[in-house]
Design a protein around this ligand. Sequence first.
Ligand code: ADP
Length: 476
Amino acid sequence: MLKINKNKKNISRILFCAAEAAPLAKVGGLADVVGSLPQALKIQDIDARILMPAHGSISLSNWKAKKINSFEVKIGKKKENVSIWQIKIKNITYYLLQNSTYFKGKVYEGDNANKYLFFARAALKALTLLPFKPQIIHAHDFHAASILTGLASSTRSKRPGLVLTIHNLQSQGWTEEKTLLKFGFSIEDFKFLDKRKKYTGWINLLTAGIKSADKITTVSPTYAKEILTAEYGYGLEKLLKSRRQDLVGILNGIDVKTYNPADDKRLAQKYSSKDVLVGKQVNKRVVRSYMNLVDDHSPLFVFIARFSNQKGLDLFKSKDLLRLQKKFPFQLMILGSGEKKYEQMMLAVNKDLPDSMRTIIAFDETLAHNLYAAADYFLVPSKFEPCGLTQMMAMRYGAVPIVRATGGLKDTVIDKETGLVFNQYTSKNFINTLKQALEIYYNQPALYRKIRSNGLKQDWSWQASAPKYKNLYQDV
Ligand code: ADP
């Protein structure tokens, strides 16, 4: 007879704390995850709500936000006013903290350590006022990690369970002792000093969050292993190793309703796997005309990302691309924004390929959806990639991903089955893989169609991963 596992707790109320959440504020994949996992948890009988800053870029009136409370927090000698707003989107409750000093601008504008220490301070107070009493606080990245640190000193029976998800280890949040004091934190709670170096007076907010959390997750099984190594650990590998028992990699899913070519209002033409050929042709023609590129028979490569050192932008070399084009014509569209250095780099490559390439420096979701739909190949040559969502979105839209074997890319793309995969992070390897992709496109169309159709058959929903989160919550 099957017995109920008495060690498993009954968990039904979770509060996600994060800097960004779709559709309210999005910079990258973090927003996609925070905005879509609660929907999937609902099916697991979990009411997951979201607590985030009311960034100046969010129009509270457009979202019909309701003010539910307000309070003051003291930061140094100054009193800061915080209002709590509530928004319901597709039956998910978002709580937004509004403050005119720290949350005026965009998600990561300004001094992020200060901004997110303020978020933590305000969130800790808001927790005592919210009508919702979570059993678990699930913090995402360093931006919310200090909420856990502020709670961890209470005994477990007197506080909620604390879960931290690391979406990207590169961004850790550094601050000084005096700043912690200013924001009303006890230095002792943060002082698990970094054994790597002598104490310099600087404190790492993510380190403190990792120490404080009852359980730590990251966003793919491969990245969970990688971050235990010096190459990917960004200096935290030893600490993470010491918490190995509590660390698990759970693969992200995507919101398959928002990313659905058969029902995507942003597309010139909707399509499903049954009419993918025609659907993509029409979308490709429209995108080419919009971008003022000739409508020929060449394949279209697309790249969409935040421009940072993580994403492989330095692998795009004009000379290599031009040489390759002589043998196999192709077009290339790049959409992204971020570090100026990379924006200039990609605009310069574009100058060298004026007739076949377009670099668009922007964050444009409508264009992104249209590019997924138009692309024959989608490029994700990342140096590291905790999970990566764009390769999943690409497959969902019938674009064949070309990825480097790292992090979640390794877990989601199979070479010559659902995409093309290269190992070493070098321009040579990258360009050789593009060459291979072109050979397949031009000379082995049946293989190209097979890879694309395998990709279209994959299930990228949260169906597999949401129960893993539930299981983890029950063990906290
Ligand atoms: P990361 O979180 O490292 O930025 P992910 O692959 O996890 O990368 O997620 C990126 C998300 O952001 C995807 O939804 C992608 O479509 C979107 N995105 C990235 N850059 C842009 C852009 N310039 N315009 C529109 N959407 C973008």
